[in-house]
Every structure is written in structure tokens, then in C-alpha cells.
Design a protein around this ligand. Structure first.
Ligand code: KG4
Ligand code: ZN
Length: 339
């Protein structure tokens, strides 16, 4: 019999619902929340309200698009954490309510592990190469920067992580300083295409092991700009493309340097990137080059599945379903859910 998983994601500012059938993605719909743009960052209470408005219509669209009905659902997978408590509560409560109504089990999913599992999604209309284990994954999002050794779908170990800001946060905060809006990553990516990555140099951190640090870069970028603007009020406007390209190069160099060390030390043959920053075009090129240089197979996720989505929650739920790992209805959301 087929296994049909309805996935629900509501950890931050994207509401998403997806359907995975026997490991194949049938539908994935995301409703972003533009309301946060005017505040330069996510406002938790506004995010919760928007999730509440979006979730029912999204379930409707996702089921229709997948060509299935409520009675076909085998289980409901939802993001338990990490994320914003109010936002997680919406998805968690909805999943529980619907599971009682349909008399199907619920499956709780860790959002971070789910970002990595997008690499194991299959598609009805095309064949894709799936990584083998062990896989070493660089997980780079707005809240996390980690090097993860993936031994199996549900067995992962963090080998190194940021001791302060995440890579996505560095993109977002530096973009804010330049007045580029939120989220800054995609804007910096786009502006960098017409900039010189060697135009400016910013300091890089020294951190032990496979760990990362991005708060020093953010501060040095800010001080550099304050000095430059004191001398020329229009400095940012005049140098926007070069600033973006140089900042992006620095962030990517920091990411790749440690990832290279970890690949060499763990001796893995398969590597991947995941998380929102994995959409970055220059990072994708850098990882492809790294894979070729070290003769390891590299996996770049579909761009549409790099930022928060429910397809990743549904595929994680699918693997848990196959192992009979269901959750109790008393399970609360976990804003600081550990890896
Ligand atoms: O994974 P995600 O959607 O949310 C979290 O779980 O954090 O990641 C969002 C992050 C933001 O910081 C955003 O600026 C960054 O991913 N991002 C990018 C790009 N697209 C999204 N950063 C650099 N280049 C991009 N193209
Ligand atoms: Zn995420």
C-alpha cells in the first residue's frame, strides 16, 4: 500500500504544506510573509498570525495539486523545532487536530535535519541522483551554520557549528547596514553578479575545530562602511555591487575553508549543502569546484527547496513512518530543539 505523508512547516516566516507519496514529491506550496520586510526582520507575533491565516488554504491547494484527498493521507509530519514558539504552535496544533479528525498518526520532525533530507526527495517527472551514506553536509541557513556527518536518514552528528552568528545572518545583517532590505541574502547574491569580489577585504575569523564565527565579519563590515561613509556620503550607493561581491566572497571563503578540512579529515566521498544560503549562486559554484578538486560527489539541492519548505518535512516524516516512529499528541513544540 502507498504511503502518503502530508508535511507542515511553520517554524519561522514561511508557511508551507507538501505531499510526499512513497518518497516522491507530489506538491509543495509555500506562502511567504512580506509583512516582515518593513521591520527589517521577522516579527514573531505577526508570523504566528500569518501562519494561522495561511495554513488551511495551503492544505487545500497542496492536496488538490497532489491529486489526492484527505482520506489518502497515511500520516501528518510537522516541524517540532527549532523555531519561533508561536509559529511552531500553529503547525503543531494544526497537525494534531487534523490527525484526530482523520484518525492518522502524527510524526514530529526536526527542522534542521529536514533541511538536509531534501537531498533524498524523488520526483515523478525526472530521475535524480541520491547521495550515499556517509554524507557530509554543510547546513547554512538564517539561524544555523553547521557541518553535519549524516550516517543515515535519521542518524546525524554535528561536527562543527557557528559559535555566534549564522552565515545567513551575516548576509542579512550586512544587507541591512547597506539598506538593502530583508532577507538580504538573495539581494546580495543578485547585486554581486555585477561586482568585483576582490574590491574590498574584510577580516576572517580564527576558530577552533570545524566551528565557524561570523560576528567579527559583520562588525568589521560595519566599521569599514562607517569610515567610508564619513568620507563620502554616497560610498555605499556608488560601490554597492563591489561591496556585495566582496562580502559574499569572504563569507564563502570562510564556509569552504572549514568544509574542506572536514571532508579531508572524515574521508567521506559524498558531500552536500542545504539550508537557505545553499541557494547562493556563488556558494553553489564553490562547492561544485571543491567537489571536483577533492574528487568527491557533490549534491546541490533544488533552489526551490533550499529555503524553508514542507517538502523537507514530509520526506523526513516518510523515513520516520517507514520505521514506525510516530509521535504522541501530548508532544509540545520545541523552539530550541537540539540537533
Ligand atoms: O533556511 P532558511 O529559509 O531559514 C532558516 O531556517 O533560517 O534560510 C533563510 C536564510 C536567510 O538568511 C536568507 O538571507 C538566506 O537564507 N538566503 C540566501 C540566499 N537565499 C536565501 N543567502 C545568500 N544567497 C541567497 N541566494
Ligand atoms: Zn530553515
Amino acid at each position: 500500500m502507498s504511503v502518503c505523508i502530508l508535511g507542515i512547516e511553520s517554524s519561522c516566516d514561511d508557511t508551507s504544506v507538501a505531499v510526499i507519496k512513497d518518497g516522491y514529491l507530489l506538491s509543495n506550496h509555500v506562502a511567504g510573509q512580506s509583512i516582515h520586510q518593513r521591520y527589517g526582520g521577522v516579527v514573531p507575533e505577526l508570523a504566528s498570525r500569518a501562519h494561522q491565516e495561511n495554513i488551511v488554504p495551503l492544505v487545500d491547494i497542496a492536496l488538490k495539486d497532489a491529486g489526492i484527498s484527505m482520506s489518502d493521507i497515511s500520516a501528518i509530519a510537522f516541524t517540532r523545532g527549532p523555531g519561533l514558539l508561536g509559529a511552531l504552535l500553529v503547525g503543531t496544533s494544526f497537525a494534531k487536530g487534523l490527525s484526530i479528525a482523520l484518525n492518522v498518526p502524527i510524526i514530529d520532525v526536526n527542522h534542521l535535519q529536514a533541511h538536509i533530507l531534501v537531498h533524498f526527495i524523488q520526483y515523478p517527472d525526472k530521475s535524480t541522483k541520491i547521495p550515499e551514506f556517509p554524507l557530509l553536509c554543510l547546513l547554512v541557513s538564517g539561524g544555523h551554520t553547521q557541518i553535519v556527518l549524516v550516517r543515515d536518514y535519521l542518524s546525524m552528528e554535528v561536527l562543527g557549528q557557528t559559535i555566534d552568528d549564522a552565515a545567513g545572518e551575516a548576509f542579512d545583517k550586512c544587507a541591512k547596514v547597506m539598506g538593502l532590505g530583508y532577507p538580504g541574502g538573495p539581494v546580495i547574491d543578485a547585486l554581486s553578479k555585477n561586482g568585483n569580489p576582490q574590491a574590498f577585504y574584510f577580516s576572517k575569523p580564527r576558530v577552533d575545530g570545524f566551528n565557524y564565527s561570523f560576528s567579527g565579519l559583520k562588525t568589521s563590515f560595519l566599521y569599514f562602511l562607517q569610515d567610508a561613509v564619513r568620507q563620502d556620503q554616497n560610498f555605499i550607493e556608488k560601490n554597492k555591487n563591489d561591496l556585495c561581491a566582496s562580502l559574499q566572497r569572504t563569507i564563502i571563503e570562510i564556509l569552504i575553508e572549514n568544509f574542506r578540512k572536514a571532508i579531508l579529515q572524515t574521508n567521506v566521498n559524498h558531500i552536500a549543502i542545504a539550508g537557505g544560503v545553499a541557494a547562493n549562486s556563488a556558494l553553489r559554484v564553490a562547492v561544485a569546484e571543491l567537489g571536483k578538486e577533492l574528487s568527491v560527489e557533490f549534491f546541490l539541492p533544488e533552489k526551490s527547496l533550499t529555503t524553508d519548505n514542507a517538502a523537507m518535512i514530509a520526506i523526513s516524516g516518510y523515513f520516520k513512518y517507514l520505521r514506525g516512529e510516530f509521535s504522541d499528541h501530548s508532544l509540545p513544540p520545541l523552539p530550541r530543539m537540539p540537533f
